[in-house]
Design a binder for this molecule. Structure first.
Ligand code: ADP
Ligand code: DP6
Length: 456
């Protein structure tokens, strides 16, 4: 039995700080922050002569020992067959697309095992037990993955990205996958976007998969048609899907923007969970209906939002440059913020542009009935703006009752300054902050021997 060397990969969660809704249109740019919460996949594979075809086990022991066992064969168009009839659309679409992309005739490593891990911040910790080792720390739940409450950081995009990476490694028959190679990263990104759209049954903007792959970025989407135009799998002619997918992944210019960005130094983003959540699909369809029925005014509102989005993003970039070119001035400015002096002109421009974006989304909220910034969130965000060191805040992404994002100075201790204050009684400050890096290689050894917190 030949064994493939185990490898591990992780990909971050996201917050769409600036550009919600508009990012669905390829003409508008968005600012996406990758977060420190990550999804992980540890993969091993071996060649086994005692089984026919390919066998794949995907294990998520954190969630009531959930696991999915697939048989995959060329004769079946690489449509994965789960032997216990269990479903996980995200896993299935990754398997389907990765296998169809490589279309292996005879796979050397035909027994594949992938273990998934989710960092604690993706899910409510209620009723979970922490297991740790020297390197990692994960929550273990007694419920299945679909029964545990999510916090909305983008677990499926991270999952699809790390699973795609793990399978590319195996399907490339060994050591040649290198995630620091831009072509390999592009292959992973494109495959993951296709799988994620197919699993969701809709073509969103893809900012979440882009951030899972490339980290914090300025993002402009692909034209949805490029994925919608893929043929359906025809078992009688499986080569048709393979050829179309290969062309889409390798040869087509997706025309996307994924430009790495950083928050200016000494600033951080903190997420505040309000223990609720919103249905993105419903919000998006309500806003699209409002947009279509209110032209040309709705377009003018979008253009105004875009103007303020651009000001906010350019000011963040400008602040980064100031920090490099005039560090003393910059440090004084941040010190000023920590001492409640918000009089720097660039900070003012940043804060005002975020306020304008919120105001325009409140107009859409009122007119469309889609609760992008509902009253409770307006009150919470306004209370946050009164805190020393906080520059601005939004309900990221599609808005609603999802966790809020605040931009503040590194020194601001949000937990401490809001403790006991009734305005903040419904919010839990999450232990996540922004990160630059997207897809990352991890040490496969670091996931072993996780033990209950109490036993250590
Ligand atoms: N740790 C995990 N193991 C297996 N599947 C997972 C895991 N985390 C997420 N998923 C899959 O992703 C789905 C959640 O995706 P989604 O509803 O898009 O939420 P999110 O906003 O967090 O991405 C789950 O129903 C499950 O299919
Ligand atoms: C409206 C949107 O622009 C942003 C939605 O952002 P969220 O971060 O709310 O996304 P989910 O994790 O899928 O709920 C739609 C899109 O870009 O696809």
């Amino acid at each position: 039995m030949v064994e493939l060397e185990p490898r591990a990969f992780s990909a971050p969660g996201k917050a769409l700080l600036i550009g919600g809704y508009l990012v669905l249109n390829p003409q508008y740019k968005a600012f996406v922050l990758a977060l420190s919460a990550r999804m992980h996949a540890v993969v091993k594979a071996s060649s086994r002569s005692d089984i026919s075809g390919v066998y794949l086990n995907v294990k998520s022991s954190q969630f009531n020992n959930n696991q999915w066992n697939y048989k995959v064969s060329r004769d079946n168009g690489y449509v994965p067959l789960e032997i216990n009839d269990l479903t996980n659309p995200f896993v299935e679409q990754v398997v389907f697309n990765a296998f169809n992309y490589f279309a292996p005739e005879n796979l050397k490593f035909n027994y594949i095992e992938i273990e998934i891990f989710s960092d604690p911040a993706y899910h409510s910790s209620e009723g979970s037990k922490r297991k740790v080792n020297q390197f990692k720390s994960f929550n273990f739940h007694e419920k299945d993955i679909d029964e545990v409450n999510k916090t909305g950081l983008g677990s499926s995009a991270g999952l699809v990205t790390v699973l795609t990476t793990a399978l590319c490694y195996v399907l490339m028959n060994g050591n040649s996958l290198d995630i620091s190679n831009p072509n390999h990263l592009k292959m992973i990104h494109n495959l993951a976007q296709v799988a994620h759209c197919q699993a969701q049954g809709k073509i969103g903007s893809g900012f979440d998969v882009a951030a899972a792959t490339y980290g914090s970025i300025i993002y402009q989407r692909f034209e949805p048609a490029i994925i919608a135009d893929l043929p359906v799998m025809d078992i009688k002619d499986i080569n048709k899907y393979h050829v179309a997918l290969k062309t889409l992944i390798d040869n087509l210019d997706w025309n996307i923007t994924c430009e790495p960005v950083k928050l200016p130094p000494r600033l951080k983003v903190i997420m505040g969970d309000v223990h609720s959540g919103s249905k993105t699909v419903k919000l998006v369809s309500t806003v699209q209906k409002w947009y279509a029925e209110n032209l040309p005014r709705s377009h003018e509102i979008y253009e105004e939002i875009n103007f303020n989005n651009t000001v906010a993003v350019n000011t963040l970039i400008k602040l980064y440059h100031i920090s490099e070119e005039r560090p003393d001035y910059y440090n004084k400015m941040i010190d000023g913020l920590n001492n409640d002096k918000n009089d720097d002109p660039d900070i003012k421009v940043l804060a005002e542009s975020i306020e304008m974006i919120r105001e325009l989304f409140r107009t859409i909220t009122q007119e469309s009935g889609a609760a992008i910034e509902p009253l409770e969130q307006t009150e919470l965000l306004n209370a946050c703006l009164g805190l020393r060191g906080v520059i601005g805040g939004v309900v990221p992404g599609a808005g609603g009752h999802d966790a809020i994002s605040l931009v503040m100075t590194e020194e601001t201790n949000i937990k401490k300054i809001t403790a006991g204050n009734p305005s903040f009684k419904n919010v839990t400050w999450m232990d996540v902050t922004q990160e630059q890096v997207g897809l990352k290689e991890e040490n496969a050894e670091y996931y072993k021997d996780l033990e209950s917190d109490e036993d250590r």
